[in-house]
Design a protein around this ligand. Sequence first.
Ligand SMILES: [Zn+2]
Length: 148
Amino acid sequence: MEVRSNKQYNPQMHSAEHILNQTMLRIFNQGRSFSNHIEKKKSKCDYNFERNLTAEEILIINKKVNEVIQQNLPVKEEFLERDEALKHYKLSQLPEEAGDVIRIIKIGDYDACPCSGRHVSNTNEIGTFNIFSTDFNNGVLRIRFKLS
Ligand SMILES: [Zn+2]
């Protein structure tokens, strides 16, 4: 039986999502997105948050994500035993069938995150990242973005 997972994601968009999540984590320290919808034309990520972003914050996030992309960072996979992975990462977003060996995706030294999806092999394949809208409802910040 084929297991459905995020493997059908667009690799460019999905890799950009990793960088956005790490950037949000570094700036606000409120965790990675808990839900997302990744598509080739446009994507969205939802975060537990307390307000909408300001225009200035959006500029800062766009700038940082693009700085990371433009560093031409290698995207590499590493495998850890589940017990070891649990010491360093939240595994709640991984599907149950992920098993006892956990795959960690590393984007240079910028981000490391357990993931079973498909990624680019270098950030130079992603293109230019742009947040085109955000909104805030009931404790959820939604960020919508495109690549060009
Ligand atoms: Zn991933």
